[in-house]
Design a protein around this ligand. Structure first.
Ligand code: ADP
Length: 426
């Protein structure tokens, strides 16, 4: 009786937060020590009726090896009876008990064992294992001890269930870790790829800058020298045929210089991804761009109609002037009959943007050419009109840098085109 009371006290002292297997070992330990058993084991049967020892307390060294040998035979002994009846089986004087006979040749039980108790372990109402206690002194086992052993069976069953749950959790955590590791490797690979790509991009940007510089120094300077000498020669030359040839050289050198300047300008713009903005009135920018064409407007009868509006502020880089210079230059170039060319610049707005249109009444643009017009070196069939196909690429690049949009439509009021751009209101 005393043994049961001290067993109960000892059981409640076991830390329930221990890992389940350690908890079961401690339960076995206090049971053996308080009820006078020598050692104990907890055995689980799998779906093939094979026994697996989960936990043991104070076990003789040779025992685990022996359990392995009785694999498949365990249910033929007293354990089988426990499984059949679902009740605790007590074996007195195990040597002479016929139920242990099938095992006797395995010499599982050492000479000192006088009593064996087989406690069933349940899960969902079904036996899945046994707790076996081995005593060295023959004695009667009272009903209250049997009740305590039943409770111990329940405690061990619960601990085994939580151990399974823990195993599953550990397994899931391992799987998660594996997935995470794989993901990490993928992220590392992607980062490495991106770094490589960024390096390549930097390299190609550097090449672009280098190309621009080479163009400037190695092409523009010699072209400038040719132009200078041509001018000197032209100023002294008397022979008309030579003068005509020199003028051809001069014109073509100017084309080269313009081309180099435009290409290196575009190359620089392409490598810019961060530009500085300032608040400027759009009308001032347009007027400034118009002033670049004063001489052409005077000589040829071209009119630009523009009625400035009040407070059309935008946050832009002064580069935006280039946009209007290019659009006006095209409107003049492709504006048709030079004697009565008419260009209209208009500013309208929606909630967020200013919409600027440059309308001409010139030769117009076929629909099939419109989608490619803003790509570099794209020219439609414009025989006789000088150009490089870079102006609109520059326009688009500058507007892109400002987060705006650009496009072209047919002039709804007759022949010609309407180029439009949008810029965010400041
Ligand atoms: P470029 O004028 O030097 O050829 P752009 O990039 O400025 O290069 O223009 C590309 C092409 O778009 C031009 O070759 C021309 O065919 C067409 N284009 C541009 N503006 C107009 C316009 N206002 N009217 C008709 N065609 C135009």
């Amino acid at each position: 009786m005393n043994g049961i009371r001290s067993l109960n006290n000892a059981l409640t002292d076991i830390d329930v937060q221990l890992p389940p297997k350690q908890y079961i070992k401690n339960v076995l330990g206090v049971t053996c020590n308080n009820l006078g058993y020598l050692f104990g084991t907890v055995i689980e049967m799998d779906e093939n009726d094979e026994a697996h020892m989960l936990v043991s307390y104070n076990l003789p060294e040779s025992y685990p090896e022996m359990v392995n040998k009785v694999k498949g035979k365990i249910l033929s002994g007293p354990a089988g009876e426990t499984f059949k009846t679902g009740k605790i089986v007590v074996l007195h004087d195990p040597y002479s008990d016929p139920r242990l006979k099938p095992w006797s040749d395995l010499r599982i039980i050492t000479g000192i064992i006088e009593i064996m108790v087989w406690v069933p372990l349940f899960k969902n109402g079904k036996i899945f294992g046994i707790c076996v206690l081995y005593g060295e002194k023959e004695r009667d086992i009272a009903q209250n001890e049997l009740s305590s052993l039943e409770s111990i069976g329940v405690m061990i069953s619960i601990a085994i269930a939580s151990n399974k749950y823990l195993d599953k959790l550990t397994q899931k955590t391992k799987e998660l870790q594996k997935t995470y590791d794989k993901l990490e490797i993928k992220v590392e690979e992607r980062t490495a790829e991106l770094q490589k790509y960024t390096k390549e991009l930097q390299h190609s940007n550097e090449l672009k800058n280098l190309f621009g510089d080479v163009l400037h120094h190695d092409l523009l300077n010699p072209a400038g020298i040719i132009k200078g000498y041509t001018e000197v020669l032209l100023s002294t030359e008397k022979n008309q045929k030579t003068i005509r040839s020199l003028k051809v050289i001069e014109r073509n050198t100017e084309v080269i210089i313009k081309l180099v300047e435009t290409v290196s300008h575009l190359a620089k713009l392409e490598s810019v991804d961060d530009i500085k903005f300032q608040k400027i009135d759009l009308c001032d920018i347009i007027k400034d761009a118009m002033s670049d064409f004063e001489s052409e407007l005077d000589n040829e009868q071209i009119t630009i109609e523009f009625t400035p509006k009040l407070d059309c502020f935008v946050n832009v880089n002064p580069l935006v002037k280039e946009v209007f210079v290019n659009l006006l230059s095209n409107a003049i170039k492709y504006g048709g009959d030079k004697d009565k060319s008419r260009i209209i610049i208009d500013i309208s707005n929606n909630n967020t943007d200013w919409i600027i249109t440059v309308t001409d009444f010139g030769i117009g643009i076929p629909d099939e050419d419109k989608p490619h017009l803003f790509e570099r070196f794209k020219r439609t069939d414009r025989r006789g009109i000088k150009g490089m196909g870079l102006g609109l690429a520059i326009v688009k690049r500058i507007i892109d840098l400002h987060g705006g949009h650009v496009g072209v439509e047919n002039n709804p009021n007759g022949q010609g085109s309407v180029f439009w751009i949008t810029l965010k209101k400041a």
